[in-house]
Design a protein around this ligand. Structure first.
Ligand code: HEC
Length: 113
């Protein structure tokens, strides 16, 4: 019993260090977003779009007035799609995209190049 505090102490310090040094993680895009959208749009850091005509998801999310609802509405109305985005999303997929995209909206957003 005498040894217990000696063994426990290093673990406690490690646990504390892990808590204080872990940076806030960037949100992860759902796998299908990477597969279906990532070929053209920058969907995750550093948000550089492979297709330069496609705005990054961060830049879409940080436009004035954009909310989860406006993203959903845009994605549901297939007539808004540019020609290259020739696909239909189910409502579940729309919800997933909108939920993810709105996590990229930041008060301190700086447009990427
Ligand atoms: C083949 C390339 C391509 C793929 C794949 C693609 N996009 Fe796009 N997307 C574009 C382009 C190009 C534009 C810009 C069109 C314009 O400005 O006229 C765009 C625009 C958008 C916009 C609107 C930006 C605005 O101007 O308001 C949204 C939202 C969007 N895409 C979401 C998605 C999502 C979600 C997916 C995956 C499910 C996806 N895109 C897949 C090429 C693509």
């Amino acid at each position: 019993m005498k040894h217990t505090p000696l063994l426990a102490a290093p673990f406690a310090i490690l646990a504390l260090a892990a808590c204080t040094t872990t940076p806030t993680p960037e949100p992860e895009p759902p796998a299908f977003v990477e597969a279906a959208c990532g070929g053209c749009h920058g969907v995750q850091p550093p948000y550089l779009s492979p297709n330069t005509r496609a705005p990054s998801f961060a830049s879409i999310a940080n436009r004035p007035g954009v909310t989860r609802a406006t993203i959903r509405a845009w994605l549901i109305d297939a007539h808004n799609y540019p020609e290259q985005m020739d696909f239909d999303l189910t409502r579940e997929r729309v919800d997933e995209v909108a939920a993810y995209m709105i996590t990229l909206r930041r008060a301190d957003y700086v447009p990427e190049q």
